[in-house]
Design a protein around this ligand. Structure first.
Ligand code: TEU
Ligand code: CA
Length: 560
């Protein structure tokens, strides 16, 4: 049996502060805006809020480039605002976890600004430096995720520093014990303020291997070192130390963003002995529509592959770890646009995707707007883009002529991170109830149709369905703790599985197509003693004829 833990029984809601709710009308979401929406989140029924970064930042990567780990960026408010948010959340019995971005800082962080002018600065060794080759060459052929090489030359000291993301995000040197102690002390101060845990940004990549040698060149023209870095076992030593020195004695939750992580590594990260993290985000299911040109193409996720990847992680972590379940976050295009129907069956398919994810074993995460069935943006011009990854890619591929401008805009509309970052659609009024000013990025034009106000008043809305789904989790231990058993992984139309816990059994089947599907459940679920626990279709006929309507999802319950 799994050990009971509150974070296994919780549903987490991710807030991207910049795009959530703008209180003061400057077009940027802020902390007071979040406070205003706490009653909405409580009504929805989630247990934990994860806040993406709100710390002081030059904003090159929307706050994932931090220049002060212990402050609040004035664009989001003040430390008093944050403390009020915590108090208001706690008074509603909502927990709050914050983003811990310690793979890198901003190049405007005082640790770096002191270090790059002076080789003898105490924080010089907080970063990773290499001398240029005899002809000034780069230390190796590693590429940065947001384009170009992973090394930039610091002109003052004439050495290169490593950055896995952009040149504005120098990587920290986790081999330095003083850096580690500084990070733990900073975490300790946030815990003392009362936060309930951390989402740890690219934590799988903090331990750079001693071997910085070249690797095989990929589509970017460079070697993508993430797999090699993630395989360095040293990361587990760091996380064990962090657990002992920063987290011991706190009843909190930790979720690691585990880019490029294997199942084997994830078992160590989420070992039930609690020595490292509670759960990890893995990305294998998100990368199934990648390809030759990274993600800049129109490939779609093949359902059988998706099912196999999900089953692999479900079964692979059974009794050996814990999954964080997600279809969406601030780095991903909207899953509804990837796998659902943006047309007439939008709401049905949004609910089906919700059932499919929330009935898996693990802690579900909802990304703002997902509970409304928000969709991708159709970007008409590259001027609308705010994400540096997308802007850089647009420039690179259109300038070298490898992808036409039209195609690149189409790919961006399908895959860009900016699809997730358009402002939250609260109402059909101008500004979508997000802002009374000019929004920092364009609002999706469909806010007049898709918005929270309209859905809150309607019993059959996507929003009402999410609320019901969350409520259901409270009443059935099998949803939290039942073992996952896959069904017919090769079938390309329906995603089906069982969940089993002692005397309770669930059968979940989800139609991923716009056609009806004949779908006969296993024998145990065919009798009269089977209850239709949940469906997203009005007047479902599934129990009578075992037919799934287009995008229908069904959950059957059998109690012995
Ligand atoms: O993301 C790290 C990461 O590896 C990916 O999610 C990546 O951003 C995406 O695949 C690129 O398409 C984290 C944050 O979630 C992201 O917003 C930051 O940009 C990144 O780290 C750097 O801090
Ligand atoms: Ca604001």
């Amino acid at each position: 049996m799994d050990k009971r833990k509150w974070w296994k029984e919780s549903v987490v809601y991710q807030i991207y502060p910049q795009s959530f709710c703008d209180d003061n009308g400057d077009g940027i979401g802020d902390i007071l805006g979040i406070i205003k929406k706490l009653d909405y989140l409580k009504w929805l029924g989630v247990d934990v809020l994860w806040l993406s970064p709100f710390y002081p930042s030059p904003g090159y990567d929307n706050g994932y480039d931090i220049s002060d780990y212990e402050g609040v960026d004035p664009r989001y408010g003040t430390m008093e605002d944050f403390e009020r948010l915590l108090a208001e959340a706690h008074s509603r019995d909502l927990k709050v976890i914050i983003d811990l971005v310690v793979n890198h800082t901003s190049d405007e962080h005082p640790w770096f600004t002191a270090a790059n002018v002076d080789k003898t600065a105490p924080t010089r060794d907080y970063y990773i430096w290499r001398e240029p080759g005899s002809d000034g060459q780069l230390p190796n052929n590693w590429g940065a995720l947001f384009g170009g090489p992973a090394w930039s030359l610091d002109r003052d000291s004439e050495e290169y520093y490593l950055h896995l993301f952009s040149p504005k995000q120098p990587d920290l040197n986790w081999e330095n014990p003083k850096l580690r102690a500084d990070v733990y002390a900073m975490m300790d101060r946030w815990l003392a303020r009362g936060v309930d845990g951390f989402r740890m940004d690219v934590i799988s990549l903090i331990a750079k291997p001693a071997d910085l040698s070249d690797g095989p060149v990929g589509p970017s023209g460079y070697f993508d070192p993430r797999g090699r870095i993630a395989a360095n076992p040293r990361v587990h030593e760091h996380l064990r130390e962090m657990r002992q020195k920063a987290l011991a004695g706190h009843d909190i939750m930790t979720v690691g963003e585990a880019a490029a992580t294997t199942l084997e590594e994830a078992r160590r990260f989420t070992n039930p002995d609690g020595s490292e993290l509670d759960m990890v985000f893995q990305f294998e299911h998100m990368d199934l529509d990648g390809g030759e040109t990274f993600k800049w193409n129109d490939q779609v996720i093949p359902l059988p592959e998706l099912k196999k990847v999900m089953a692999k992680w479900q079964q692979g972590l059974e009794q050996r770890g814990w999954n964080a379940l997600f279809w969406n976050n601030h780095d991903q295009p909207r899953m509804l646009s990837r796998l659902g129907d943006e047309g007439e069956l939008r709401e049905t398919s949004a609910k089906m995707l919700a059932v499919c994810l929330h009935m898996l074993k693990g802690t579900p995460f909802i990304y703002q707007g997902e509970e409304l069935g928000m969709t991708n943006m159709c970007f008409a011009s590259s001027d609308q883009l705010r994400d540096s990854e997308s802007r850089n890619a647009y420039q690179r591929y259109t300038e070298d002529g490898s992808i036409s401008k039209e195609d690149m805009l189409r790919y961006i509309s399908l895959k860009s991170r900016d699809n997730a970052r358009t402002p939250m659609q609260w109402s059909g009024n101008i500004g979508a109830g997000f802002t009374t000013g000019k929004p920092w990025m364009d609002i999706n034009a469909n806010y007049t149709v898709i918005n929270a106000q309209e859905q809150k008043s309607r019993g059959d809305s996507v929003l009402a369905f999410y609320r019901e789904l969350i409520r259901l989790r409270r009443n059935y231990a099998v949803i939290v703790y039942g073992e996952f058993v896959p069904d017919d992984l090769d079938n390309p139309d329906v995603f089906a599985y069982q969940r089993c816990l002692l005397h309770q059994r669930l059968y979940v089947c989800c139609n991923f197509t716009s056609q009806r599907q004949q779908w006969v459940p296993p024998e145990a679920f065919a009798g009269d003693d089977v209850e239709l626990l949940l469906t997203n279709i009005e007047a479902s006929t599934y129990l009578e004829n075992h037919q799934l309507a287009p995008y229908e999802a069904v959950v059957l319950l059998k109690e012995e």
